[in-house]
Design a protein around this ligand. Sequence first.
Ligand code: GSH
Length: 224
Amino acid sequence: MSRLRIFGVARTRAFRVLWIAKELGLEYEHLPIEIRAANPRAEEYLAINPNGRLPAIDDDGFILWESLAITLYLAKKHAFGRLYPADLHGEAKTWQWSLWAVNEVDRGVNIWSLHANRLPREERNPAALAEALKVLEAPFRVLDGALADRPYLLGEEFTVADLNVAAVMSRALPMDFSATPRLGTWLRRCHDRPAAREAVALRDAADAATPPEVTRMIAQRNRL
Ligand SMILES: N[C@@H](CCC(=O)N[C@@H](CS)C(=O)NCC(=O)O)C(=O)O
């Protein structure tokens, strides 16, 4: 039996953890559990994550939640000096970009993707879509600027900083990036990686299996 267990259906932020696990070539067991409101066994999951949110991992008895804390932990554990920078400044920049992605981009991308393609057509709100694009404009320009002289956020190599930011932005892939072309090229480059393709395939399958009432509930509960 695998020692790493990943909790959360791939449609959720568990996607980020599945991507890093594949990037690192880890053996793992995936427990594709649903979000609380759609999960009759949700009470049991609170013992793993008292917030009731997905994802979480159980790494040989070590429980961790918060998707980007998990990706950073797994990268540091399994790819220190490669995917995870060994130097102090590289590590700090990785934290910077990861926290930035959660604070500046995560919610806007979520709102955009729900109203661009995930909610049933008649429930999509063009005003919410436009507002999300407005909120994302400034951080997208920042990211585009950071990629002016380098292919990846920390330099020449793909690191967990790229994985975290690209994973948070993943549902923005179909957006029009003509105003921030370096960002668009970088996002596609990150998603061309075999590990990303595999994680996206899992997410696509999970999306296809998600009933519209669950998507509607997610949008309502999180005011998206
Ligand atoms: N900051 C957390 C957010 C986790 C989160 O909100 N996950 C969503 C699914 S993507 C969830 O579990 N929502 C529970 C609910 O809506 O009841 C992380 O990145 O792990």
